[in-house]
Design a protein around this ligand. Sequence first.
Ligand code: ADP
Ligand code: MG
Length: 259
Amino acid sequence: MSAGQATVLLEHHLKALRLPTILREYAPVAAACTAEKADYATYLLRLTERELLDRERRAADRRLKAARLPVTKTIDTFDFAAQPSVNETLVRELLRGEYITQRHNVLIVGNSGTGKSHLATALAFAACAQGRKVRFWTVTQLVRQLLESREERSLQRLLTHLERHHLLVLDELGYVPFTKAGAELLFEVVSRAYERQSLIVTTNLPFEAWTEVFGSERLTGALLDRLTHRVHILEANGESYRLKEAKKSRKRTQNTKPK
Ligand code: ADP
Ligand code: MG
């Protein structure tokens, strides 16, 4: 076999085996190994290491995309000093992801603009990086999707799809009240998740007000029971970050005006 034929065959095999990084790098790494007088095993080790690293990176990108975070927010851009009501120690502990292994839930409660969605997104982002399957939903989106699926007789498929995640984020519970059917379907998701998946729920509602949104005391009781059995509660109270920023910039422009 000529060298040219061997190359063609090798590249074909690497493609068939789905080793794109080795395909891209086998020649330059071979040149480097020859120069260093590295042995065959070292050459193979370097190639497989690169393939593995790239594979992990590609998987992480896919996981992040599949999580459908509304925006990519991480904890690096969260200013704890601006929101002292948030328990930073607990947030840092949650970022390690042990709660997902234990199938515990996280409830983030507080008024509007206090960083609840930011924190939920940062936790979801960290979970993706740790290899977890994550999906972010606003509650309204999810309930709409559940109702639509039921209509189209594909509810079981959606529920099974939801179950395949380690972590579901349900953002903004309580902004819109549910219909009876919507409340029951959401209850179904929370029930199925119980002790099998972790949920992060953000809400502006104190517990007393949940019945009003779910429309049934019995359902609310059962839901809260499951959601809060093993739960970490993060409170984000205080002034809205957006409002504070707006006030600051208004003050800045006032101060820079010529007197
Ligand atoms: P909530 O979900 O509680 O209504 P968000 O998380 O949507 O609030 O926060 C509103 C905006 O303010 C977002 O752009 C968010 O990134 C930002 N924000 C809120 N709190 C903080 C904070 N402590 N540090 C940095 N940005 C913050
Ligand atoms: Mg929010």
